[in-house]
Design a protein around this ligand. Structure first.
Ligand code: FMN
Length: 448
């Protein structure tokens, strides 16, 4: 466990991310997602607030499960339209010194040889400030657009992801020796061929002879985030993740998840303490409790219930328009995001109706909302850190960029005052700053 809190800003290169309807709030700038200046401002503010990284979600396909068509998704901007986050990184890195960038990429719709080169490029350009949020994707509409007859089965997507990571590790970690690059002008030798190796991967999904096309970047393997929460997803996270993005609606549920993942990591031969946990959280803060409550009310009023249901229908692959609003959600096995189903059906503390889920999920989907003064919000963060044992948070926005500014101006000074957040980051790379280590930890499959 970390000795201080780590923060990521959880966002998306899109109009709407996880608080559908918020783009209509007065002064909201979400519609400027295609304006580079919007993002360089976000980067400066996040760095000022001591965030480790801006964490970009990303999705392939369109949310067309709700009502069996895409109309609601388009009308309400439900994660569509969206732009590719990776292209923002060099510009955001240029206006900051320490801020990291976690980029979501799918192992189902990319090729590891290509993806390894993309991350190496970004790691070079940012001096070692990138992370890879490994996802397996969930929308059927993505499969159709990317040339597949149907979406791969849930667990098969993780099998492919396992092999994908093996190839990527071979390219990042084992293809170029540390001393392969000579830059020896006199002997006309840029790199020593003896020290650049083929990877000769032959598998079920990929055949990649190698070598890696890029020379070693500062971190080699980017910092690895993962968010799987089904049984198969947890196995994957326990094996590969350095940090796990936890999406559970209560402290108890997070605690259970953390315990389970640590146990699984041990079974994979890893030190369970090498896994860091970042729950999502939605802070709504004001100078006084009344101001914070007023903001919360305004945000709640802006929730677009139909849009939220369209988003959730895609997450769980169930058309929620077909259910009665007062119907209790039943536990199912889904081919999409099992973790979201589990968040509302597999915890003992309560039952949820469709209406209640839509209301809860309207601000940040599955994450808890914390409303109050800077002291109250900091109390809540401190409690999660001390008592639940998390390492940090993926801070979710509602108003953009208002929620980030509020957090940085009001809560961050309070967290620093309590010595929960470092005044300045220590270490050269993102991995050093978040985990205090240069490379992948011992026992990690990328080290083998
Ligand atoms: C907190 C959280 C964040 C996720 N973010 C993304 C994302 O940005 N893009 C994406 O394609 N999938 C995302 N996923 C979905 C996962 O990649 C995966 O497809 C899904 O969780 C299925 O795995 P599971 O059933 O093990 O949860 C996310 C899932 C969770 C729980």
């Amino acid at each position: 466990m970390s000795d201080r809190l780590h923060l990521n800003l959880f966002t998306m290169n899109a109009v709407e991310h996880v608080s559908v309807g918020s783009w209509r709030l007065p002064g909201d700038q979400s519609h400027r997602y295609s304006d580079l200046e919007y993002w360089t401002d976000v980067a400066r503010t996040a760095e000022r607030g001591g965030f480790d990284a801006v964490f970009f979600a990303d999705v392939r396909g369109i949310y067309d499960v709700y009502g069996d068509d895409r109309d609601t998704a388009v009308e309400k901007a439900v994660q569509t339209p969206s732009n590719d986050p990776a292209y923002l990184v060099p510009a955001m890195a240029e206006v900051t010194d320490d801020l990291g960038f976690a980029i979501t990429k799918s192992t189902s719709y990319n090729h590891p040889y290509q993806l390894a080169r993309e991350f190496s490029t970004l790691d070079h350009l940012t001096d070692g400030r990138v992370a890879f949020n490994v996802v397996t994707s969930y929308l059927e509409s993505a499969a159709a657009n990317l040339g597949f007859e149907e979406r791969m089965d849930h667990d098969e997507r993780y099998d492919r992801a396992d092999e994908f990571m093996d190839v990527a590790y071979a390219l990042w970690e084992h293809s170029w020796d540390d001393d392969a690059v000579r830059r020896d002008r006199e002997n006309a030798t840029y790199a020593d061929p003896e020290r650049v190796h083929a990877v000769d991967h032959e598998g079920e999904h990929f055949d990649v002879p190698g070598p890696h096309g890029a020379e070693p970047s500062p971190q080699r393997t980017p910092v690895l985030y993962q968010a799987g929460s089904s049984d198969r997803g947890r196995e994957f996270a326990a094996k590969h993740a350095e940090a796990v993005f936890v999406s559970q609606p209560s402290a108890d549920a997070v605690r259970d998840y953390v315990d389970d993942l640590r146990e699984r990591a041990t079974a994979h031969g890893r030190d369970p303490e090498d896994l860091a946990f970042f729950p999502g959280i939605v802070p709504i803060v004001g100078e006084t409790a009344a101001i914070a409550e007023a903001k919360h009310d305004a945000y709640r009023d802006a929730i677009d219930t139909e849009g939220v249901l369209a988003l959730l229908s895609g997450f769980v692959d169930v058309d929620l328009s077909a259910l009665d609003a007062d119907q209790k959600l039943e536990h199912i096995e889904t081919e999409a995001i099992q973790g979201v189903v589990n968040a509302f059906t597999a915890n003992d503390d309560r039952d949820w109706t469709v209406r209640e889920v839509a209301e809860f999920a309207g601000l940040g989907t599955t994450s808890p909302v914390v409303v109050g003064t800077p002291e109250q919000v900091a109390d809540e963060f401190e409690q999660w850190f001390d008592e639940v044992g998390v390492d940090g948070f993926n801070v979710k926005e509602v108003a953009r960029p208002g929620s980030l500014r509020d957090f940085v101006d009001l809560v961050v000074p309070e967290l620093r005052e309590r010595d929960l957040l470092a005044d300045s980051p220590a270490g050269e790379t993102l991995r050093e700053r978040t985990f205090g280590r240069r490379g992948l930890p011992g026992g990690h499959p990328g080290r083998e």
